[in-house]
Design a protein around this ligand. Sequence first.
Ligand SMILES: Cc1cc2nc3c(=O)[nH]c(=O)nc-3n(C[C@H](O)[C@H](O)[C@H](O)COP(=O)(O)OP(=O)(O)OC[C@H]3O[C@@H](n4cnc5c(N)ncnc54)[C@H](O)[C@@H]3O)c2cc1C
Length: 405
Amino acid sequence: MMAQQNSGFEPQAFRAEVRAFLAEKLPEDLRRKVIGHQRLAKQDFLRWHEILRAQGWVAPNWPVEHGGTGWSVMQRYVFDEECAVAGAPETVPFGLRMVAPVIMAYGSAEQKARYLPRILSGEDWWCQGYSEPGAGSDLAALKTRAERKDGVFVVNGQKTWTTYAQYADMMFCLVRTDFEAKAQAGISFLLIDMRTPGISIRPIRTLDGDVEINEVFFDNVEVPVANLVGELHKGWTCAKYLLSHERFGASRVGRSKRELAFLQRLLRERVVDGQPLAADPIWAQTVARLEIDLLALEHTNLRLMERVQRGGGHGAEASVLKLLGTTLAQAITERQVEAAGVHALPFRQQAFTPQNLEDAAQDGRPGCADTDTLAGFYLNLRKISIYGGTDEVQKNIISKVALGL
Ligand SMILES: Cc1cc2nc3c(=O)[nH]c(=O)nc-3n(C[C@H](O)[C@H](O)[C@H](O)COP(=O)(O)OP(=O)(O)OC[C@H]3O[C@@H](n4cnc5c(N)ncnc54)[C@H](O)[C@@H]3O)c2cc1C
């Protein structure tokens, strides 16, 4: 439980401390699931959350007064990178990294006292109710209405693409409260208990056959007025604050390092015409290109981080890092599928759930190789150039904010 404070931060010592913790505390079955691209259940996320919480490290972006680590941006970067490379599950962002900073900045004393400890403990699972049919990139076009009546807001409308709504206890939600005002002006930020009568959830099956995202419908849902965060009609301020958070996590350098290592292992293990693919000069060139891009991304990340810490920056750092990180991560999965060749073709649902593999092994049935999950992983990662702002939208921001076009 060292390294709680920013002062006296020594990168090598801190990295070694994080590595030692991961070596001791990351459960092998969770690590195997992450490295093998298998699906994580709610219980898997909660288990890792609890291990981090016990260590005092579950909220790296929170100040110490609320139970966070108080780490600097650089410490958080090192921590995220080490966790990803080791194969730790990512913590679910909606509570810890999205709504919590908003509650800290704009919430009432009661909201802080109620929700922050429950996010820290993992008691409440949150989901994000921003997007609607017809309001994604153009978020201000949202139509879900909240009308104030007798101490409650009555909410009617629909959200979509809501990640893990099926697990959620709470949703932070953008709703229209002023129906005359234009675009952003009449929007408010509400906290909604997902067990409130009138809420229904319909799963959306994604390309890889999984159910991660949902449609959420509100039919006369009554939300206490005390669940409004910040001022009425000023929810856009909270929304923008939330989206500007975690600007440096967007590049996911650690995950790309892990996936590149997976690709390199595949190339060593796959033998074609008596030679491992790794010995093929075209593959060697392809991997070198990815390594160079990853190194460039890492250095860009560190450079932008340092610049912003010195008070500089153009304001489009998050967009630059998300765009570059996404492009590289998708390129690595494409090469993984190519390297696995025909072995990536079978799409076997059971490959995504290790219990089935263990059962199969016990019964003497053939299990699944780790290449069996590659097609699913490849398909799943198409989402990263859409959520959190599409590639095209990031390019618009970069051209306007950073390049002044
Ligand atoms: C897996 C996944 C999980 C998600 N989870 C959540 C969640 O938990 N909560 C939530 O609120 N939302 C979530 N989203 C929604 C996500 O934020 C939106 O999908 C995203 O903002 C794009 O909006 P859209 O789908 O409406 O597409 P649209 O905005 O309709 O875009 C369609 C296409 O048009 C392009 N386009 C749009 N506007 C412009 C422009 N101005 N210039 C150039 N091109 C443009 C886009 O790049 C895209 O290619 C999730 C999405 C995915 C895929």
